[in-house]
Design a protein. Structure first.
Length: 255
């Protein structure tokens, strides 16, 4: 990879995302899903969903620099569009104003799921090094995306219920992105299971069309969500254990 357009830390995080996308492309969904999810729920997810991508947030100098980096590496990248949900999460987390620039593109470096790359360019007046450091340390936007191609109101509601009750995940919001006409529903691991460290700990269920009416009344359990993120913070501060047989250049996925 060319190192000119990303900080070394972001370049490594991009490698992790590329590696995980490859890992997901050759791993059954039953194995890819967290081990605490019951078998019948895994089967229900498998019948409705397919892994579509993994996602990460990066901080290039500019949008153009990021796209130039992808081109030099021979990666196909979609035209960046404004992010809705990740921008909302960042503005809430750091008190940023509504004119903050957060973009999203999909890159495909190899066969398998795409890598969804959110871009908070340093050229944005709202960017600060403190924000970038916090996000890099904790990887709050790292997630695995499940695409629910035949989603209906009842099937999405059922899956969201099961993920919260039996999957020990915590619902943390949804949004419709009109730029690609998809609905995103995000989940974080509950505090108990968040102790099992995973590089891509959060899950997104993505559906075609606008299904936000289905989940608009679903409560965000603020206390449970705060506890979940505190567990993720603790995990990110722990040294990463050595991986037996891993190659030094491309870190093995944590799962």
């Amino acid at each position: 990879m060319n190192h000119a357009d990303f900080d070394a830390c972001d370049l490594q995080r991009l490698r992790h995302a590329v590696n995980y996308a490859h890992h997901a492309s050759i791993t059954s969904l039953d194995v890819l899903l967290p081990p605490w999810i019951p078998g019948d729920l895994k089967r229900a997810i498998r019948s409705e969903c397919a892994v579509s991508h993994c996602g990460t947030l990066l901080f290039p100098p500019t949008e153009e620099a990021a796209l130039a980096h992808f081109r030099r590496n021979g990666w196909k990248a979609s035209a960046p569009i404004p992010s809705v949900l990740v921008k909302r999460r960042l503005t809430e987390r750091y008190g940023l104003p509504g004119d903050t620039t957060v973009l999203v593109t999909r890159v495909r470096p190899a066969s398998g799921p795409e890598v969804e790359v959110f871009l908070f360019p340093k050229s944005c007046p709202r960017y600060t090094e403190d924000i970038a450091e916090e996000e890099r340390i904790h990887g709050f936007e790292n997630h695995v995306g499940l695409f629910m191609g035949r989603a209906r109101g009842d099937s999405l509601r059922y899956l969201a219920d099961r993920l919260e009750v039996d999957g020990e995940l915590v619902y943390e919001g949804s949004a419709h992105n009109p730029h690609e006409n998809t609905t995103m529903v995000y989940f974080a691991p509950g505090a108990r299971v968040a102790a099992a460290r995973r590089r891509f700990p959060r899950w997104e269920v993505q559906c075609p069309g606008d299904l936000t009416a289905v989940v608009k009344d679903r409560p965000v359990r603020a206390v449970a969500l705060a506890e979940a993120y505190e567990a993720l913070r603790v995990n990110s501060r722990r040294p990463e254990p050595p991986r037996v047989g891993s190659r030094p250049r491309l870190a093995a996925p944590l799962g």
